[in-house]
Design a protein around this ligand. Structure first.
Ligand code: SF4
Length: 380
């Protein structure tokens, strides 16, 4: 049963914090920092999930979006290889396994999706010390020419800032040139957790939180929509998580440019942080994965979509997440590398029909979308 006015379930939670949040939502009040901390600390997952599910259904009904996409990682060479201690993907230029694709190799890789026509290339990689902006603008132009109509979502804020440094220009100039080459949107990676103490511990030389926000602010000003993320499940506190979400919500109030929020689960294998802490083989739990989806939906009341990243949390948890406030599932992917380097045991791609089934079997209506959340195909 739900309250007619605000579509908030009448629930009797054993958790005072969850009851307070339910009352605030029913009264149309915005959640604050203490509410967000209380939700992250709650042991009433079902209560938090029911609230988030109601908020999601009020925004998106029974629709769940997915995309027919391809991940391309042009290089794993990264100047921060030894300082982002949570990363398993990066390599030094001469380290075993280091690679940098030529334009021809990227185009060859782009043709490998077989189960469905690709509608989006998702392109992220390391901070290569020598690759110039033209490497990326040439790549985007070539992909747009070879695959007309396919969207290109490329380069995290960290990569944009790195290119600005290399080219000795502003974030805005880099973004403008990428847009001119055919960039559709930016992915949300590199945000990690904005809190200074956390950043100093896991990524002390990475782009500062304020600069990550500035890149996204500039992108939004240029009409480039972006995604936002949080990497959870390492050294952060519940307050760090809550503050991170409120900072994202603040930028969204200002610009309205975020399309979706994606909580990213930390994987502890093959990286210095996991080894130092003895966390290998102990990724985040299903409860925490679902809680991060639900709290994201409740706190980020101004972000249209919440996405579950099945390569990180498993297709099973992603399916359950569709009842915890989530309306968007990571796509066909073909092939995911970044989290598999960190020990993810999930598949490296998912067939189109399997994605449709995953959503349908959750009792939802699958909607294939493009990068900008326009419906391409609806499976009523
Ligand atoms: S997280 Fe990104 S910036 Fe940091 S080492 Fe890995 S690839 Fe480089």
């Amino acid at each position: 049963m739900t309250s007619a006015l605000r579509d908030v379930p009448d629930l009797t939670s054993h958790d005072d914090g969850v009851r307070t949040v339910a009352e605030k939502l029913a009264a149309g009040e915005r959640l604050d920092l203490d509410d967000a901390v209380a939700l992250f600390e709650s042991r009433d997952l079902i209560g938090v999930g029911a609230l988030a599910d109601a908020q999601n259904r009020a925004k998106n009904g029974q629709r769940v979006f997915f995309s027919s996409n391809q991940h391309i990682n042009p290089t794993n060479v990264c100047v921060l290889r030894n300082t982002c201690v949570f990363c398993s993907f990066a390599r030094m230029p001469k380290e075993e396994g280091a690679y940098t694709r030529t334009l021809e190799e990227v185009l060859a890789e782009a043709s490998r999706a077989k189960s469905s026509p690709t509608r989006e290339f998702h392109i992220v990689g390391g901070l290569h010390p020598k690759l110039r902006l033209s490497y990326y603008t040439d790549m985007i132009r070539a992909l747009r020419a070879a695959y007309p109509g396919v969207h290109v979502k490329a380069l995290t804020a960290v990569e944009i800032a790195h290119l600005a440094r290399i080219e000795r220009c502003s974030f805005r100039e880099v973004l403008a040139q990428l847009k001119e080459a055919g960039l559709t949107s930016l992915p949300g990676g590199g945000a990690e957790v904005f809190g200074r103490a956390v950043r100093m511990t896991i990524a002390d030389r990475k782009l500062a939180g304020d600069d990550w926000l500035e890149v996204h602010r500039q992108a939004h000003a240029l009409g480039i929509p972006t995604n936002c993320t949080m990497l959870y499940g390492h050294v952060e506190t519940m307050r760090d998580r809550a503050e991170h979400l409120l900072i994202l919500r603040g930028l969204q109030d200002e610009t309205g440019g975020f399309l979706t929020y994606i909580p990213l689960a930390y994987h502890p294998d093959h990286n210095a942080l996991g080894e130092e802490m003895g966390w290998q083989g102990r990724p985040t739990t299903g409860i925490d994965d679902l809680l991060n989806i639900a709290v994201g939906r409740l706190v980020l009341d101004n972000v249209p979509h919440i996405k579950t990243h099945w390569p990180m949390v498993s297709p099973f948890v992603s399916q359950v997440a569709l009842h915890f406030g989530c309306d968007d599932v990571e796509g066909t992917v073909v092939y995911e590398r970044v989290y598999h380097e960190a020990g993810a045991l999930t598949p490296m791609e998912m067939a189109y029909d399997d994605l449709v089934r995953l959503i349908r079997d959750a009792g939802k209506v699958p909607v294939e979308r493009d990068s900008l959340y326009h419906a391409v195909r609806t499976f009523d």
